[in-house]
Design a protein around this ligand. Structure first.
Ligand code: FAD
Length: 303
């Protein structure tokens, strides 16, 4: 980046597939890791001065990267921006902190409310953008505020100002969650740890383990024609378990999970998504909407 020697290095043509859980897609034109608010501010200014588009990856656990790569600067938060601190009955953490680590830290400190995060393999920043939820817990319910950084400056936003809903927020693409504060409730550490163990076991039962996937592909529909069925159930009933295109397939154990079985490309994933969606539409009249987020020029074939 600059020649000052203190600025974080910006790498060119950085392969992004390994920063995602499904392991598909091309390279970032520019890539850098921000380890502090000061570094993040410098990188944001660097991108703005070049008119470079900006995006951020967390754990890449809900992300589909374009095979052609991503223009502009892609950022990842680490060090201070992935730290976790207990402050009384709250947790203040970086946007790059991993949710399972936050859940474990809270349990050790005897704090309850973020147990559901133990099974969500994403970061706090990604969880804010997606309003992550699981097993009755939801980020919105424990989120106090976030620090949002852009090239224009830093702003503290309360949870109420984030437009949180089912797997969505009003954060704009170039707005980066640098840190967040979660308000939790004191409880016996052993009780919180026991809940984590129970939730891990439940997840182990319900979902395939050790596969390359971005979790739920489509959102659960609120269309009455779905008659309350989840996206996974609709896909399963439409015969999608195990359905494959190239190296991508709907997991045999969970039809709303797409798995990279080897050398899948993002194009394979999109093709298998399109076929699953087509079958559900044909059979039930329900139009499934993707839950997975995209980076770069990814076009869903049906749009
Ligand atoms: C096996 C598996 C199980 C899962 N189970 C669940 C579940 O139970 N519940 C659930 O809600 N989700 C689940 N997910 C999906 C995923 O883990 C969540 O959506 C998670 O919140 C994404 O976080 P991430 O850091 O991986 O974000 P990424 O996938 O890296 O990015 C997702 C979006 O968030 C943005 N983003 C990332 N970091 C930041 C930041 N710091 N500031 C602003 N924007 C940011 C990205 O630009 C992108 O738009 C699962 C995924 C997998 C693979």
């Amino acid at each position: 980046m600059s020649s000052s020697g203190t600025s974080p290095p910006v790498e060119r043509d950085f392969p992004l597939a390994r920063l995602t859980t499904v392991r598909t897609g091309g390279a970032a034109e520019f890539f850098a890791r921000a380890g502090s608010e000061a570094e993040l501010a410098e990188l944001l200014a660097w991108a703005a001065s070049r008119g470079c588009p900006l995006s951020v990856v967390g754990s890449g656990s809900n992300l589909l990267v374009a095979d052609e790569g991503v223009c502009g600067l892609v950022l990842k938060l680490d060090r201070d921006l992935a730290a976790i601190a207990v402050e009384g009955s709250a947790i203040v953490c970086g946007g790059g902190a991993r949710l399972p680590a936050v859940a474990a830290r809270a349990a050790r400190a005897g704090l309850s409310g973020i147990e559901f995060g133990v099974n969500i393999p994403g970061t706090v920043g990604g969880a804010v953008r997606m309003n992550a939820n699981a097993y009755g817990g939801e980020l919105e319910r424990v989120l106090d505020w976030v620090l949002v950084m852009t090239a224009g400056g830093t702003e503290r936003r309360s949870a109420a100002e984030l437009g949180l809903g089912y797997r969505r927020s009003s954060l704009a693409e170039a707005e980066i969650v640098a840190s967040a504060r979660l308000t939790l409730v004191p409880q016996e550490p052993e009780k919180v740890k026991a809940t984590l163990a129970e939730l891990r076991a439940l997840r182990h039962e319900a979902q395939p383990q050790g596969i390359r996937t971005f979790g739920s592909t489509f959102k659960n529909p609120d269309d009455p024609r779905a008659e309350g069925r989840s996206a996974g159930l609709l896909l399963a009933e439409a015969g999608c378990n195990g359905l494959a295109v190239g190296g991508a397939r709907f997991a045999p154990k969970h039809a709303n999970f797409i798995e990279n079985t080897g050398a899948a490309s993002t194009a394979d994933v999109l093709a298998v998504m399109a076929e699953g969606r087509r079958r559900v539409l044909e059979r039930f009249g329900v139009e499934l909407e993707p839950e997975v987020q995209t980076l770069g020029e990814v076009r869903f074939p049906w749009l």
